[in-house]
Design a protein around this ligand. Structure first.
Ligand code: PEP
Ligand code: MG
Length: 578
């Protein structure tokens, strides 16, 4: 028996037979070629490009039919890479000028692209390097006449074990035959992870050496909840996992039943349970998991991976799409929160020593009011199609709210002059994610309709622990007594002023936090869609009185460790009810 730990990329437990996918080696000839063969090499390359386009088109079509538009878009992106004239030109130029083989020229050119992407800070962009590798490997195989791994002829149910599965390989697998995935590379945002989650198959990725330690036919357990893979388990472990798998399936069934039910405590206290989204496409997952609204729409994705600020019209269309898909359910749109770890190359953002303490979010927007005003006009125009609220990020003072509201008034005035109608009563709130805002919540509450606590940033600023620094991750703790006191102050201050408070940081979806947040009087919790059912289950098994008692106890505790231990017991016993 051997146990491997990796990234829990898609939840669930699978037990079955391993099927190891062996990469066929691509051998790149680095020989120089004689002048008279150059034209032939270029033609081979062009033929390989057309063959690759045909193959990609077929895969795109299959993916579209089996998995829908969103997943098929990956292959649209592959097509775009092949259609990029600068790539084709660069390869042909290399063949001609350096007298090298087509596969060698292609390798060198794509490697440059891959390196640029790999060095990007943004995890999503880093993962895009795998798209270029995938396309490049396909063209190379076509140059060299190597048959692609089809995977389509699997005749039994298996757990796929691979170094990495490219999107095109994943798309060709017969999904009915796949129990789970285990791979040497990949993280939570890799294609394999995204595909596995959308297929609802367990996946553990980033296992480093799993392919070297498993043979086709071995018995293998993939625990996508814990990020663990066990090869050839002994009888006792095997029995344990059969049991765990059964329990997990029952649990999933129960969560499905919860979908239509409200987040309400046993004594009738309502907590609105909403989802965080980044794009209009995410609305589907939110609704499937029973979200009552969108508590955080991170609009910055609209501004990323492009050359200029999106126009009012383009933004309007995206916001209207969200409004229409949500069919009147509330949507909180956060205005542009860029800076920190997210940079926009076209905005001429300064190099900063401390980007998280720098020119970001509302600070940048107040300095570049035309950007904010364009966005606010787009939001206002779309507000007529649904139920919108506006939220400013990274607010640290009363003045910033007043300035932002001044720009909002200008946006409204311009629309009135243009004869465009909008929801005139839409609520305006702020993210409370800077300690100064949390401490002065009593003052800020008078300026807004609501607060939403952004614990991702609030924790890092309160504890002076960089949220991106893996070395400090053990210190990054939402259950620190300081953070809990700030949260309580924000909720109390909003209620004293007749306003409401939600939470949209990761803490909102943490089952351990649910009882204390309810006990402190939180009005709304917004989280990644998949977390909603479990949080709902906890809230529905608890009374407000009990939750208040839990808060009272927690506020007497001195350390987050003590708090966590206590909450683990509490939540463990709540989950055993009914
Ligand atoms: C937060 O800071 O808690 C938050 C929700 O915003 P983001 O993670 O986008 O900074
Ligand atoms: Mg934040």
């Amino acid at each position: 028996m051997a146990v491997f730990k990796g990234v829990a990329a898609s939840p669930g437990i699978a037990i079955g037979e391993a099927y190891v996918i062996q990469e066929k080696e691509i051998e790149i000839s680095t020989e120089k070629i004689p002048e008279e063969k150059i034209q032939r090499e270029i033609e081979t390359f062009r033929r390989a490009i057309s063959a690759s386009k045909e193959q990609i088109d077929k895969i795109r079509q299959k993916t579209l039919e089996e998995m829908g538009e969103e997943k098929a878009q990956i292959f649209q992106a592959h097509m775009m890479i092949l259609e990029d004239p600068s790539l084709v030109e660069a390869v042909e130029k290399k063949i001609k000028e350096e007298y090298i083989t087509a596969e060698n020229a292609l390798y060198q050119v794509t490697e440059e692209y891959v390196n640029i992407f790999m060095q990007m800070e943004d995890e999503y962009l880093r993962e895009r390097a795998s798209d270029i590798k995938d396309v490049s490997a396909r063209v190379m195989k076509n140059i060299l006449g190597i048959q692609a791994n089809t995977l389509a002829d699997m005749d039994r149910e298996v757990v796929i074990v691979a170094k990495d599965l490219t999107p095109s390989e994943t798309a060709q697998i017969d999904k009915k035959k796949v129990l789970a995935f285990a791979a040497d590379v990949g993280g939570r945002t890799s294609h394999m992870a995204i595909m596995a989650r959308s297929l609802e198959k367990p996946a553990v990725l980033g296992l480093s050496k799993i392919t070297a330690n498993v043979k086709t036919g071995d018995r293998i357990i993939v625990d996508g909840n814990e990020g663990v893979v066990i090869v050839n388990p002994d009888e006792q472990v095997y029995e344990e996992y059969l049991n765990l798998k059964q329990k997990y399936m029952e649990y999933k069934e129960e969560l499905k039943r919860l979908k239509e039910m409200a987040g309400i405590t046993t004594d009738g206290c309502r907590v609105e349970l909403s989802a965080n989204i980044g794009t209009p496409e995410d609305v589907c997952g939110a609704l499937q998991n029973g979200a009552e609204g969108i508590g955080l729409y991170r609009t910055e994705f609209l501004y990323m991976h492009r050359d200029e600020v999106p126009s009012e019209e383009e933004q309007f269309k995206a916001y209207r799409e969200v409004a229409e898909k949500m069919q009147g359910k509330p949507v909180i749109i956060r205005t542009l929160d860029i800076g920190g770890d997210k940079k926009l190359p076209y905005l001429d953002m300064p190099e900063e020593l401390n980007p998280f303490l720098g020119w970001r979010a509302i600070r940048m927007c107040l300095d570049r009011p035309e950007i904010l005003k364009t966005q606010l006009k787009a939001i206002l125009r779309a507000s007529g199609y649904g139920s919108f609220k506006i939220m400013y990020p990274m607010v640290s003072s009363v003045e910033e709210i007043r300035k932002a509201n001044g720009i909002l008034e200008e946006a409204k005035e311009e629309l009135r002059r243009e004869g465009v109608s909008f929801d005139n009563k839409l609520q305006v709130g702020i993210m409370v994610e800077i300690p100064s805002a949390a401490v002065t919540a009593d003052l800020l509450a008078k300026e807004v309709d609501f607060f939403s606590i952004g614990t991702n940033d609030l924790v890092q600023y309160t504890l002076a622990v960089d949220r991106m620094n893996a070395k400090l991750s053990h210190m990054y703790d939402p259950f620190h007594p300081a953070v809990l006191r700030l949260i309580k102050n924000v909720i109390d201050s909003s209620h004293d002023n007749g306003k409401w408070t939600g939470m949209c940081g990761e803490m909102a979806g943490d089952p351990l936090a649910a009882p204390i947040l309810v006990g402190m009087g939180i009005d709304e919790l917004s989280m990644s869609a998949a977390s909603i059912p479990q949080v709902k289950r906890i809230i529905r098994s608890l009374s407000l009185e009990e939750a208040k008692g839990i808060v009272e106890k927690v506020f007497k505790m001195e350390s987050s460790q003590e708090i966590r231990n206590y909450l683990k017991d509490v939540v463990g016993s709540i989950l055993k009810r009914n």
